[in-house]
Ligand binder design. Structure first.
Ligand code: 5GP
Ligand code: MN
Length: 317
């Protein structure tokens, strides 16, 4: 069980440490990367030694983020000494990848906004009302009295942009928009972020075409899913937004994307308009938010689909 911290206690933990490893979650998205990089820029401005880690490939779409080249992936068996290991935007230890084993830290601090958080770290700052972990990072840097520069502001904006679906999901609050407004005052140009985020490779659009052919409806159109079979899967192609196609179809209450990424590993993304999909993801060892969640099923595609779709049955009787 974690010790729950206030924002100023979180700031103190960071200030007291000299060597800090910042870990972003596997299957990295704009929030975990933007939040981690903003914190890196801030801590380096305070003279800290900071190592950036993610135990996964980083999709090319994030290459514009200032500092993204600083990420490294720890090799199997590698051992890294640190005063503090900071795990960003991850609700459970498995989301930190191999960092939990590789880093020999005096303490682990988790900064997160998932209501499914499992309290796995020594210290936890959790705000489930924050639209993005980036919203927490902004408040944290203010609390720590770190002067924000354009790099930090861009990275924080990226996190807000990603987790709110560009400021349109129901998690967007007046505080989210006030934070975004403050970032614009620091020089962030919204189109710099959206132009970079919306750009698609030809392969990605071609793949989307193939994935949409798999669109399947269940329960009178209240559930819709698409799938990525191994022969179509390419880890270099970012498919994070594909689940939004079934999601926006009239009458669909739960949308899913099934993606087989290894012989016995299928990643599942859940989206909903109201039903609590975090609960469903959690029952499979995953987690997330009420309307956006995910999990890994250790089975090939069709078997994973059967397992997850069976669990949805009882919601639609
Ligand atoms: P996505 O479907 O975009 O991968 O994830 C949607 C949300 O669910 C994100 O907030 C993400 O952090 C969370 N999530 C996705 N997969 C997992 C998982 O395997 N474990 C946990 N704990 N959370 C997940
Ligand atoms: Mn997030």
């Amino acid at each position: 069980m974690s010790k729950t911290c206030t924002l100023s206690e979180t700031g103190e933990l960071l200030k007291q440490a000299n060597k800090i490893v910042i870990v972003s979650h596997v299957s990295p998205d704009g929030d975990t990367l933007g939040s981690s990089l903003a914190l890196m820029h801030a801590l380096r401005s305070l003279g800290k030694e900071v190592v950036m880690n993610v135990d996964d490939d980083i999709p090319a779409v994030y290459s514009f983020l200032p500092g993204i080249q600083e990420y490294r992936r720890f090799a199997a068996g590698e051992s890294v000494e640190a005063d503090l290991l900071v795990v960003i935007d991850a609700s459970s230890a498995d989301r930190a990848g191999n960092a939990m084993e590789a880093v020999n830290a005096l303490a682990v601090l988790n900064i997160d906004h998932h209501k499914t958080n499992t309290h796995f770290a020594d210290y936890l700052y959790l705000d489930a009302d924050a639209a993005a972990t980036a919203e927490i990072i902004y408040s944290l840097l203010l609390t720590m009295a770190v002067p924000l520069n354009i790099d930090m502001a861009t990275c924080i904006y990226e996190g807000l942009y990603t987790d709110t679906g560009s400021f349109k999901y129901s998690n967007t609050t007046s505080n989210t928009l006030a934070t975004a407004a403050a970032l614009l005052k620091l020089g962030v140009n919204p189109s710099t972020i959206s132009d970079n985020m919306e750009v698609k490779s030809r392969h990605q659009v071609e793949m989307l075409g193939e994935v949409l052919k798999t669109l399947t409806f269940l329960h009178d159109g209240r559930v819709a899913f698409v799938e990525i079979a191994p022969e179509l899967y390419d880890h270099n192609i970012d498919t994070d937004t594909f689940v939004s196609y079934p999601r926006y179809i009239e009458g669909v209450e739960i949308a899913l994307l099934f993606k087989q990424v290894e012989a016995n590993l299928t990643r599942v993304s859940f989206r909903s308009k109201a039903i609590d999909v975090a609960k469903i993801a959690l029952s499979f060892g995953g987690g997330g938010h009420q309307k956006a969640a995910g999990c890994s099923i250790y089975a090939p595609l069709k078997e994973a689909e059967k397992t997850v779709l069976q669990a949805l049955e009882e919601l639609f009787v």
